[in-house]
Ligand binder design. Structure first.
Ligand code: GDP
Ligand code: IMO
Ligand code: MG
Length: 414
């Protein structure tokens, strides 16, 4: 049985919290796309863990964690996270031999290109994600399994650097010296080699176990279905998780979509419900909306039903979690976007081009205290109405309502 957790907005919805909450029900937790651009926060007993490459199942001592073929891995980051967590987790970690590697030059290219784009910059996390996926698609990338034969890998990389010399010079990106590169590759092989396996086979052999696919980024950042070009470079939606793990569609059991009770976005690109006034600032302050990966302030605004419905449909969600409801505590009124206006007419679907749309809002009554509530009946009436309004509009059951960062600050509905 394979279940999936997927972000429904522009990321940072609180996927890490929900994965951690439900991880006890699973034997295997799998990351299937993205890389260390992700920042998934888990808070247990007051202690905060920020996970970038490790699946959020690592806090469950019984789960095996898999970094699937669709992930792009920056080995120094993975080594660092393993060290932070304790070497013990190596026993419970597998890395796909087909996962592509992020090398230092990918990071340098990412940053150099962003600089060249000037005011049109995407606002990437600067982690080399786009350039690494570009090499994968161009069929000139390097896979984790290649660490097993360093001489061969070095030859391949020498040729790669030669082929790209002119472009690298133009961008001001250094080509590493062969000996330094050899040392790095050897260190990575020594640290990670034992965990690099054919994870596709491993997952197939364990199909009788309970598995959880942990999405990174989110639907509106999907390379095909997001707000292109202001997106990440992977398929972040449910179907991408299957490609990125080798699990067949027929094995997918349940899809849980994760959304905040409002909307945030970090990086550039259209965001119809962004609130540039006091309400947006207040959400940022109350929600501590600063990036887990880059520390950047997140852009904040209201819940967008049109975008959420689009995301629920793309992913085939069976249920939804609404996160950070407590952050809206104390607002006299809360706004929800229920349609868009474009060229003077109203639409109720998510268009391929989001630049020109203006949100159409309805206003609902606010509430005071939802923080840390764990039972539906203890939620303020207006908070219940807010949840029911969204549920009705997106046509999908809201199963979880999160009222605080801790694992147990969660309402679970039957
Ligand atoms: P992810 O990338 O989807 O895993 O989300 P992030 O970890 O980047 O961002 C979510 C942030 O909100 C983290 O700091 C969480 O600890 C925090 N968080 C999660 N759920 C809640 C909640 O219900 N209320 C509050 N106040 N904070 C939450
Ligand atoms: P999690 O998994 C929020 C955004 C970046 C930028 C765009 C492209 O924590 O939800 P990239 O470095 O991927 O090329 O950047 O995507 N982005 C995220 N925003 N949460 C994330 O991950 C993100 N990962 C990438 O800010 O706008
Ligand atoms: Mg995050």
């Amino acid at each position: 049985m394979v279940d999936l957790i997927v972000g429904l907005q522009w990321g940072d919805e609180g996927k890490g919290k929900i994965v951690d909450l439900v991880a006890k029900n699973y034997d295997i937790v799998i990351r299937s796309q993205g890389g260390h651009n992700a920042g998934h926060t888990v808070v247990v007993d007051g202690k905060k863990y920020a996970l970038h490459l490790l699946p959020s199942g690592v806090l469950n001592p019984n789960a095996t964690n898999v970094i699937g073929n669709g992930v792009v891995v920056y080995p120094p980051q993975l080594i660092k996270e393993i060290k932070n967590f304790g070497q013990g987790i190596k026993e419970k970690l597998l890395i796909s031999d087909k996962a592509h590697m992020i090398l230092d030059h990918h990071i340098a290219i990412d940053k150099a290109r962003e600089k060249l784009r000037g005011k049109n910059a995407i606002g990437t996390t600067g982690r080399g994600i786009g350039p690494a996926y570009a090499d994968k698609i161009a069929r000139i990338g390097v896979r984790m399994g290649e660490l097993k034969n360093i001489d061969k890998l070095l030859n391949k990389l020498t040729h790669y650097y030669e082929m790209n010399r002119g472009y690298f010079e133009y961008l001001g990106v250094d080509i590493p010296k062969a000996e330094e590169l050899r040392e790095k590759l050897q260190e990575w092989r020594d640290e990670l080699g034992d965990m690099i396996v054919n994870t596709t086979n491993y997952l197939w052999e364990n199909m009788d176990k309970n598995m959880l696919l942990e999405g990174a980024q989110a639907t509106l950042l999907d390379i095909d279905h997001g707000t292109y070009p202001y997106v990440t470079s992977s398929n972040t939606i449910a179907s991408g998780a299957l490609t990125g793990s080798g699990i067949a569609p027929k094995n997918l059991n349940k899809v849980t979509g994760i959304a905040k009770a409002y909307t945030t976005r970090v990086g550039n690109g259209p965001f119809p419900t962004e609130d540039l006034g006091k309400a947006g600032d207040r959400i940022r302050e109350q929600g501590a909306e600063f990036g887990t990966t880059t520390g950047r302030p997140r852009r904040c605004g209201w819940f967008d039903v049109v975008a959420a419905k689009y995301a629920v449909t793309l992913n085939g969600c069976d249920e939804v979690a609404i996160m950070k409801l407590d952050v809206l505590d104390g607002f006299e009124k809360v706004k929800v976007c229920v349609g868009y206006e474009i060229d003077g007419s109203e639409i109720d679907y998510f268009p391929s081009e989001l630049d020109e749309v203006k949100p159409i809002y309805v206003e609902l009554e606010g509430w005071d205290k939802s923080a840390l509530v764990r039972k539906w009946e203890d939620l303020p009436k207006n908070a219940q109405k807010y949840i029911e309004f969204i549920e009705e509009k997106i046509g999908t059951k809201i199963k979880y309502i999160s009222t605080g960062a801790e694992r147990n600050a969660t309402v679970i509905r039957d």
